[in-house]
Design a binder for this molecule. Structure first.
Ligand code: ADP
Ligand code: MG
Length: 747
């Protein structure tokens, strides 16, 4: 028995009204466990799907094996024990012509109490399940079911039925009743609509209250489709308005224009480039050059396949800034990569980077490294060079973000290999400049346009799709870990490469066998070992594997090195140098080598427990080989392929198969996003029930996002501070207080 909602909602803010003041305590509690605690929450607790009574199958037309929804009246219901000692509850329904049996089993009779209570003789209900056959008669075993409210039946029999997320303590039908309680007294226009009327009109979208009514209580399929379309658009629009507004604000700040200089470093560098730039590099280069020449701060995302030559593009932009007396910072995700960038940049620049040294070119600058693990004296010097401006280019890790780091005139920030979504670094670095620095973010994992728009909504995107000529193809195979012959063959390939003067990487997910397993998969299919359901082999560790390979007859006499994050930086540098030079041609490593590492002689990449890695990680790892004249080979070793628990592991297998089938980064990025929890795509604050993106899927709703962004841009052009659109401003504010500015900040 719930108090009449109409009495309660006239006081206070309607949407903030607590459900426990409106509904029976048990119902409110059960709903709270599912998420909603206020009227506003419950109105936005949309049905998961709809059952269309138009597609009901008549009981006489059923075909074994079909998945069906049937409606009927319970003619007989009985409970008994099976010979196996289980409880069985059996119901026969009829539709006026034919009859059909519904069967429910349980270990304990108590489990069937709810079924027995609801499915009593004379009750009408719908059932959903797959048609099976027992002793010649068709039946449904354990169908989903829901009683049909008789009072509403006449009027509503033909309406699509909303199916809500439910739990053991509240079923979909009870949720629907609770929703009806708060929906009933809503008048059109009673809730301020964040979508302005002209936007609605332009895109043929329903007003808010009408959409809420139809999403919960549609009379036709067209109703709920229209309702969802409007609500989905609203989600995209509110988000894009905020992103576009942030972008406009950032663009409103001033950067120093760095137009470059005739006869400067950039010209000297171009003159000595040992290769011709690809058309893509030239085009993106021109884009960057033009933007750096402006006082509007550049905010650009450069995405380009592994090996597409992003570094040289970034370096040319950096030189343009240095030519104008400014400095550039290059931020790398790991020390290994930072150190490698330093040596790459110094090698490419030659005497152009030897300022202060004998034999430097006239206009030379200096390239300095700044990382967390440098000896104090080296670090002090690096800090001094950044502060005085002696270092035109400072390469570093997150240590660059430290408080003590100051620049004389930071003009450009380049963030490399930001292939994981969400980073705060850019903003921190920006604060180190007197004026706003220009920003270039580089990613090797292509990001679908919709995600770029949503996650990186304040960045413009450039793409390098072409890979320089002379790259070699990489073949990928999935190797079942449990087949000894395959593993022997794998180590033989490693040995062959090493003996042929090439290099091989062997990657493992852990450092030490005693380490706990790394946190589970990034995907929905987090492996069962978390719950202890299935026993798995312990994951491969660098230390273990290196020892095992040293004992492997095939690798007799072949040098095997180690590289992982717990080594000192000198040890890391040494291990990497030995590998690069070929002294130690096999490197067993963690994913520290995942990004950017560039050893042209590397031809074999073996990834152990490959199912534990994400698609983009594997694509990155694979990108470490085939960088020279020899074709590459990537072997993804996994014990889930060909094992018996394939049902649970299906998504992991699909990932590995996809990598085997294609090297197209865009295709892989799409599969990656589809498999990920939406929350991970947008940042932690987006996960779970707190997410305000209920209907919008960045992986699927490209059209909606593109349209909403354009509409948001138009609206903000006319009303930059949203003063004429308070409901929209409020909707944004509500989202931000829900903790979502977290991920917006990263964008
Ligand atoms: P990524 O985009 O993965 O960061 P890099 O910038 O590391 O790629 O480039 C990979 C390799 O390709 C480097 O050795 C680089 O010197 C080389 N490279 C870059 N551009 C070209 C080009 N236009 N022609 C030939 N080689 C190039
Ligand atoms: Mg790179």
């Amino acid at each position: 028995m719930s108090p009449r909602a109409t009495d309660a909602v006239v006081t206070g803010s309607l949407l903030d009204q607590r459900l426990k003041t409106l509904l029976a305590p048990g119902t409110a509690r059960a709903l709270a466990a599912l998420g909603p605690t206020t009227v506003g929450d419950l109105l936005r607790f949309y049905p998961r799907r709809y059952v269309d009574p138009g597609t009901l199958t008549a009981l006489g037309d059923l075909v074994k094996g079909d998945r069906v929804v049937v409606v009927g009246e319970v003619l007989r219901a009985s409970s008994r024990r099976t010979s196996g000692g289980k409880s069985l509850f059996e119901v026969t329904i009829g539709d006026g012509h034919d009859e059909m049996r519904m069967v429910f089993f349980a270990q304990h009779a108590g489990r069937l109490g709810y079924h027995q209570k609801v499915l009593q003789r004379g009750c009408r209900a719908w059932f959903r399940g797959t048609v099976g056959q027992y002793k010649g008669a068709l039946e449904l075993t354990h169908p989903e079911f829901e009683a049909i409210d008789d009072a509403a039946l006449d009027e509503r029999a033909t309406w699509p039925k909303a199916v809500y997320p439910a739990s053991a303590s509240i079923d979909s039908f009870q949720v629907a009743k609770a929703v009806a309680t708060v929906l009933g007294p809503l008048h059109p226009g009673e809730i301020d609509d964040p979508l302005p009327e002209d936007v609605r009109a332009a895109h043929h979208l329903l007003p808010l209250v009408e959409a809420l009514n139809l999403v919960h209580l549609p009379h036709t399929d067209a109703d709920w489709r229209a309702a969802r379309q409007r609500l989905r658009f609203e989600e995209a629009f509110v988000l894009q308005t905020e992103l576009v507004r942030r972008r406009a604000q950032a663009a409103g700040r001033l950067a120093a224009a760095r137009p470059g200089r005739a006869g400067g470093l950039l010209e000297a560098f171009d003159a000595r480039l040992p290769f011709t730039l690809t058309a893509g590099q030239r085009q993106v280069g021109a884009e960057l050059a033009a933007e750096l020449a402006q006082t509007a701060p550049m905010q650009r995302l450069l995405q380009g396949e592994v090996g597409s030559g992003k570094t040289v593009v970034a370096l040319r932009a950096m030189l343009q800034v240095v030519d104008c007396g400014g400095q550039a910072a290059l931020l790398a995700p790991t020390e290994v990569l930072a150190a490698q960038h330093l040596s790459t940049l110094r090698a490419m620049l030659g005497d152009l980077a030897q300022a202060g040294q004998l034999g430097a070119a006239d206009q030379a600058t200096a390239v300095t490294l700044l990382t967390g693990s440098q000896p104090a004296a080296v670090r002090r010097q690096a800090l001094a060079d950044a502060k005085s401006g002696a270092a035109g280019i400072v390469v570093g890790t997150h240590a660059l973000l430290g408080d003590q780091v100051q620049f004389a005139d930071l003009g450009l920030v380049v963030v490399d290999e930001q292939h994981r979504f969400g980073v705060e670094q850019r903003d921190t670095l920006r604060t180190k400049a007197a004026t706003v620095p220009h920003t270039l973010v580089m990613t090797a994992t292509p990001i679908p346009r919709t995600v770029a728009m949503t996650v990186f909504g304040d960045l413009e995107t450039s793409t390098l799709s072409q890979v320089p000529a002379g790259r070699s193809p990489v073949t990928t195979h999935v190797v079942p870990a449990d087949l000894p012959a395959w593993m022997a063959r794998t180590w033989q390939r490693v040995a062959d490469a090493a003996r042929a003067g090439q290099r091989a990487y062997v990657v493992a997910p852990r450092i030490d066998p005693d380490d706990p397993d790394p946190p589970g998969s990034e995907y929905d299919d987090a492996p069962a070992d978390a719950a202890g359901a299935t026993e798995r082999r312990p994951l491969a560790s660098v230390v273990d594997v290196a020892a095992r390979l040293a004992a492997e007859p095939a690798l007799d006499g072949v040098g095997i090195g180690l590289l992982h994050g717990r080594m000192t930086s000198e040890a890391k540098d040494r291990a990497f140098a030995d590998f690069a030079s070929g002294r130690v041609p096999v490197l067993v490593a963690t994913t520290v080598i995942e990004v950017g590492v560039d050893v042209p002689e590397a031809t074999v990449m073996v990834v152990l427990d490959a199912d534990r890695f994400g698609i983009s990680q594997l694509h990155q790892l694979r990108g470490r080989v085939g960088r020279g004249s020899q074709p590459g080979l990537c072997l993804l070793v996994s014990s889930v392929v060909g094992s018996s628990n394939t049902a649970d592991d299906a998504p992991a297998v699909a990932r590995l198969k996809a990598l085997e089938a294609t090297t197209d980064g865009f295709e892989l990025a799409r599969l990656d996003l589809e498999q990920r929890r939406e929350g991970d795509v947008l940042g932690a604050a987006q996960s779970g029930t707190a997410s305000s993106l209920r209907l919008l899927r960045v992986t699927r709703d490209e059209d909606v996002i593109v349209t909403a962004r354009a509409a948001a841009q138009r609206l903000l052009a006319a009303d930059p501070d949203l003063s004429a659109h308070p409901a929209l401003a409020q909707a944004i504010a509500a989202r931000l207080t829900a903790g979502e500015d977290d991920f917006l900040d990263r964008a």
